[in-house]
Design a protein around this ligand. Sequence first.
Ligand SMILES: Cc1ncc(C[n+]2csc(CCOP(=O)(O)OP(=O)(O)O)c2C)c(N)n1
Length: 288
Amino acid sequence: MEGMTENLEDLARQIRRDVIRMIYHAGSGHPGGSLGAAELFAVLYGRIMRHDPNNPTDFHRDRLVLSNGHICASLYSVLARFGYLPLGELASFRRFGTRLSGHPSRTKLPGIVENSSGPLGQGVPVAKGIAQANRLLGSEGHVYCIVGDGEIQEGIVWESLLSAAQHHVDNLVLIVSYNRLQLDEAVAKVKSLEPLADKFKSFGWHVQRIDGHRVDDIAGALQQAREVTGKPKAVIADTVMGKGVPFMEDKFTWHGGSISLQQAQEALESIGSSAKFDDFLIDGEQAV
Ligand SMILES: Cc1ncc(C[n+]2csc(CCOP(=O)(O)OP(=O)(O)O)c2C)c(N)n1
């Protein structure tokens, strides 16, 4: 079990390394939310989700719907690390003509990403719809949906919460990356969400609140969520924007932007190297 924890932490570290390198080379992207959700992606793909890169469209697979599509650098990284994408393709992030656009496209990556996203809020009804369809069609797959905290200020999210509870969509698990910051301000100052767990409960959802950087806590909560029946499930994961890179941590200015060479080097130094993975190459060489 301990080895498993270390593996997941190592994977999260590698996701962070990939995110920094991808955004540095692209000249733009969303480092804050992407770094903050590294453990969520690591645990989902590394321990919780039933998925098979050799059979990516398996009818009974679990699906990840990324609603806050702007943090897709982490998604592309974990997909590449599990073999859904060639590792070197990460170097094409946000470049002209790439499949790895700044917000994920299902038509560019059919069978690899479940949904296109970018307009905030829309992944939640999409995930709910897929979960309902899975149930009707007899798929055993669970649907996991990652959302940002600023994102859930969108009205469409709350319509979906109501509907999912009414229809007992218990193969749906919503994971809120609660870093308390959004694009240019604190979430609490723009449109406060608290008491968030009570809101989910009063909408008929099962809810847990956890530290979104502790891989065992994430795994435990997601495992419990799988077992609860009769209602949709929410996991509110407290995260830190820019986690792992001290000069980015807890600063909304790192929601989006570019990373200089010096910043990229400092960030990689802080994140540390990963024991089991190799960095991908850019133009045939390790550029940072
Ligand atoms: C409907 C819609 N409105 C506005 C935006 C622009 N936008 C992109 S991300 C973002 C902030 C989202 O905040 P949060 O979910 O907390 O993400 P984080 O900053 O933590 O990455 C905004 C306003 C958008 N993509 N879609």
